[in-house]
Design a protein around this ligand. Structure first.
Ligand code: 57M
Length: 358
């Protein structure tokens, strides 16, 4: 909004010319999102406590979690506010990609809210049934994928990290592929959100990576120099990714061990779907496997655990997702969290290096 209000004034006052620059607006989106989330959080924690929306801890989980019972959850509301408000303030609101990611955040946030509402307010322990949860996620992702597919300027070619020359055109198959990326990313973040700060840390790292990726993808010279697919308008998503960094940092301030608040499905589902949607729009879907490598590791640990148990009645890990395995091995929670953050940072640096190494 500020872009539309203040940039036109640069003819009267040249200082407002700065609003033209995505880098300037991204920096202020980060700062605004951080400040906004830090302001909302204490009020949010008090309100959730007053409404007794506290986490119930499952009996079959690691015993160390019992003490977390009653921790306010559904704190993801502050993430949604902390991402969307600064984006509306600083982004070019005529950019369709911005609205597609906002739709992704609101739709997956709504699904997460439904699940949390049934679990914590209606006290239905299982929340939304997996069939409804996945069905609604697929529907939301389908809307995004179909809109993208029908954009005249949008390419259905797939870019492959490290291999510039390989760009298979998926054609209509791009629609189910995009759905898989968005729904997969959403549930991968959801699975990872099982220790204090464990999901939000790598999310901030991934949002930082995609701030750079979207800026380059939307820049004619930089994308040409790096031989990446140029996506006119994708650069605006840097502002939204900046808001995700700022809101993530603000939430981490309170979700850091020992957490004063959990994000709930209302937070984890849209964070993942936002990353997936940004990855699809910027045509760096496969890169997400590296940028969000920690989320992939957590998801694969569950897949291997369930498959192994079904096939051999034996478990691969002491408990899945893999962060519980290390808990049962006796690692302290903060140690697991920080070591997983280190892995996330290394994978993100590797992913950014692929932009040059091709
Ligand atoms: C999402 N939710 C956390 C919190 C957070 C198929 C199976 C792998 C599913 C998986 C599952 O239930 N996943 C749901 C993970 C839960 O966190 C809440 O959920 C929101 C995120 N969606 O915002 O509201 C618990 O995680 C802990 N937590 C923290 N700090 C945080 O900042 O400590 C969360 C955020 C919270 C709190 O204890 O209650 C979760 O773990 O459920 N199932 C599991 O992850 C279970 N694994 C399992 O059953 N493994 C089996 C098979 C199925 C693979 C096996 O290994 O054989 C574990 N989780 C729990 N108990 N809670 C183990 C059993």
């Amino acid at each position: 909004m500020l872009y539309h209000l203040l940039y036109p004034l640069h003819t009267y006052f040249s200082g407002f010319n700065v609003f033209r620059y995505i880098t300037f607006r991204t920096a202020y989106a980060i700062i605004t999102a951080l400040i906004l989330t830090l302001i909302i959080a204490p009020w949010m924690i008090r309100t959730l406590q007053r409404w007794q929306i506290g986490q119930r801890i499952r009996e079959d989980g690691p015993k160390a979690h019992i003490k977390k019972s009653g921790t306010p959850t559904m704190g993801g509301v502050m993430l949604l506010i902390g991402i969307i408000v600064p984006t509306l303030l600083w982004a070019d609101l005529t950019n369709l990609y911005i609205w597609l990611v906002i739709f992704s955040i609101l739709s997956f946030g709504g699904i997460g809210f439904l699940d949390d509402y049934l679990k914590f307010i209606k006290k239905k322990s299982e929340g939304l049934s997996p069939r409804y949860k996945f069905g609604l996620q697929i529907l939301a992702a389908l809307i995004i994928a179909v809109i993208l597919y029908h954009l005249p300027a949008y390419s259905t070619k797939l870019s492959v990290p490290f291999f510039k020359k390989i760009t298979p055109d998926l054609g209509w198959f791009y629609i189910p592929f995009a759905i898989f990326v968005i729904v997969g990313a959403s549930n991968a973040v959801n699975l990872t959100d099982g220790l204090d700060g464990l999901a939000i840390g790598p999310f901030i790292v991934a949002a930082f990576s995609y701030t750079i990726v979207t800026y380059i993808a939307g820049h004619l010279l930089f994308s040409e120099y790096l031989q990446l697919t140029y996506i006119a308008g994708a650069g605006e998503l840097s502002v939204l990714c900046g808001a995700m960094i700022g809101a993530g940092l603000g939430f981490l301030w309170f979700n850091a061990y020992p957490a004063s608040i959990f994000m709930g499905d209302i937070g984890s589902l849209p964070l993942g779907s936002a990353l997936g949607t940004v990855a699809v729009i910027s045509k760096h879907e496969l890169l997400l496997l590296l940028v969000g490598g920690l989320f992939v590791i957590e998801t694969l640990s569950v897949i291997f655990q369930v498959a192994s148990f079904k096939l051999t009645k034996k478990r691969v890990f002491r408990m899945a997702p893999i962060h519980h395995h290390f808990e049962l091995k006796g690692w302290d929670e903060p140690k697991i969290i920080v070591r997983f953050w280190i892995i996330a940072i290394v994978l993100a640096l590797l992913s950014l290096s692929t932009l040059k190494l091709r």
